[in-house]
Structures are given as C-alpha cells and as structure tokens.
Design a protein around this ligand. Sequence first.
Ligand code: ADP
Length: 272
Amino acid sequence: RLRGPGKRRMPFTADSLTRVIAVTSGKGGVGKSTVTANLAVSLAARGLAVGLVDADVHGFSIPGLLGLDDPERPGRAVRPTRVDDMILPPVAHGVKVISIGMFVDDPATAVAWRGPMLHRTIDQFLTDVYFGDLDVLLLDLPPGTGDVAISVGQILPHAEVIVVTTPQAAAADVAERSGTVARQTGQHVIGVVENMGAFVAPDGTVVEMFGSGGGADVAERLSRGQEAAVPLLASIPLSVDLRRGGDLGIPVVLDRPDDPAARAITALTDAV
Ligand code: ADP
C-alpha cells in the first residue's frame, strides 16, 4: 500500500517549471533503462535538480542500475522514507528515484498487476512522492504500448518523449509504434536514441552486432508528416564499461567518462 491518508495535487502539470521527459522503446532489452539512468545522473552532474520515476513496473531495473541496494537485504532495493503521508525518494548519484522495486518484498515475485492498479501506482508515484522543485523529471517507461504508456500519456500529456532503439531493422517497426502512441496522447517526440551500435574491439576491429541504421530509420519514420524533423539525438555503441557500470550501480558516465558510450551519453545530455 503506497497511499497515505491525504490526496495531494499532481505537481507535474503543464504549467509547472519541470521538464518531463519519458523514455520509451518498442521492445525490451534495447537499453532503455540504462540510457535513462545515465541521462539522469549526467543531467544531475550538471547541477540540475533531477527526479527519476521507474515506471517499468513489471520490469523495474532502475534501483539496481543506480546502486540503490539495501545493505540489510541483499538483492533488494532500499526502502523510501515516509514522513506522514509523504514518501521521500532515495537519492542516487544526485538523482531522486522512485521505483516499485522499493515497495515489493521479494523481487522474484512477479508484479502481476493489471491496468487500473498500474495507473494508480503511476499516479501515486507522481503525486505522493515528494520530489521538491525539479528541473527535469525522467520516466523510464515499460517497453511497448501497454497500459503504463497510456496512463503516463493521460496523466502527463505535455511530456516530451525519447524513443530508444537498436540499430536492427526489425526493432524499428515497434519503436516507431511507441512514438506514435505517445503522440496520440499529445506528447511530443523530441528524438530517437540508437543504442547497442557498433562495438570497437581493443584491436580496432569493428563489430556491428545488431547491424546499422535503425536509429536513423526510426527518426526518419517519426518525422514523416511532422512540421519539424525528429532528430537522432545520439548513437551509443555496445560497451563493456557501460554494461559493467550498470551491474555495479555506477553509471558509466560517472565511472568511465572517457568510454565511447559515456561520450555518446554526454552528447545526448547536450542535445536534450
Ligand atoms: P531495457 O530497459 O530496454 O530493457 P536495459 O537497460 O535493462 O534494457 O539493458 C538490457 C541489457 O543490456 C542490460 O544488461 C544492460 O547492461 C545491457 N546494455 C544496454 N546497453 C548496452 C550497451 N550499449 N553496451 C553493452 N551492454 C548494454
């Protein structure tokens, strides 16, 4: 049970000064959460007040990516502090974070919630969690065009949206659809991020594990019929350091800023 006795007003309305950016993808495993976590800490490192809502309720991974593990409960996320009916979000690398992983006792238990419960959870994350004044609120959406994406579209119709895809042609169709659904609720697609691009081995060999061109392809498709072109904001290569940073809970932009993937995320931070 998340809800305390009071019912506050959702602070992230269109007239608030907080930029709201939702990160989506067509399918899972393309690195959406990794990109979101890195972008969040990268923005915070520039002195911005940043909040991050892990809206990937069924597949939450943000606490682990940001090292928000409970020292007393191995493998589980820290619990948020409660003050009266408010929930105080834990802070990781300067980012205020909330995730369903902070409320479930056993991470192995599938969170088997359906539409209305998911909607209530997102609504409570945005209303009952005390973020204070934020410059940017990021949301890590679940992949695809399901209940949560639609709820976020209804609650935050003014949000900006970033679509993450891999370079693979097969990923482009589903990624485009996620952008299209975001638009149907009024959200503005600000750009595409291509992740898992060519890997450069220490001997200089270039391996295009997932092919090439998917990011530009999705950007081009989402630009059709629009007044302004949707840009490809960044292309992030496959990177051992990026993967390791996620496993360690220290995002690569902080852990290894010279890594090519970290540089690409820095470029994304500039572009956003
Ligand atoms: P999603 O949120 O789209 O499901 P994740 O961010 O959880 O994807 O990433 C899926 C897996 O791929 C994770 O194990 C992550 O460490 C790894 N990963 C993501 N991006 C990269 C990359 N550029 N290079 C290497 N591994 C990556």
